[in-house]
Design a protein around this ligand. Sequence first.
Ligand SMILES: [Zn+2]
Length: 285
Amino acid sequence: MRRLALPNFDFSTALAETINGIGNKIIQEKYRNQLANPATIEKYFQNNAKAATLYNLPRVDNGNDDVIIYGNLKKIELTKLYTQYFSATGKPARRLYDQIKVTSNGKCPFCGDIGHVRTLDHYAPKANFPLYSVMPGNLIPCCRDCNTEKLDAFSTTLEGQTLNPYFDDEKFFNEKWVAAKVIKNNPPVVEYYVSPPVDWPHSDKKRVDAHFTEYGLVERFSVEAAAALPEVIATRKGILRGSSPQDYAEYLYEVSNNLNLPINNWRRVMFSCLAEDLWFCSHEH
Ligand SMILES: [Zn+2]
């Protein structure tokens, strides 16, 4: 839910560095010969990513390590590129891994800033799409929770695909599709839901829904809001004591807009939903 710029190196560079980390010259040569046209593979991948059709690419089932994927390269040989020669500490390509990890300033693009980046996620899982195991555009910085929530599941339909921070349309990152409402409890509870603009195509509406579900964001956003709300309420009882509901609502709106956060960030949505709730603004709780 946070837009990211693509890594500033291409598949050809990633592949060359990865292969440099292989000790055996004969095996190095095998990879170089079999993957002689990285630019073609990258273009094919990126075109599909931009069109949100990665779900439609040929995939291999989990397991099946010996199945031939590309040229005479087996699945295991392609996934090994990532695990043993790209992400492994001490290998030359590790600097590229680390470079991608810092591109989002430590903030996870999938949950929109809840988690800190701990790992790289394969948008198209390497278990199913091993050819793209070290494709820069397939490697996305990710927090541990999002990585765990997602596992290796990758949708087989357009509608089921989660958002891709590198390639998806700007509107997913610039237009508001996360909403929340206040539940009149003591203390009040903020409950999140998906509410995309009505003029969006059906498949795009379904995709944000899938993203929210896949990463468990209803619950994770609510947990964050529950932890933040006491401080908001304390402000009302403190420096804003005695302010009218209208003044208080205006203050909450202002906070929401001044946070300098992506439009669908949980905190920003929380403040705007509190501002719009007359019950919340009229009581000191
Ligand atoms: Zn995350």
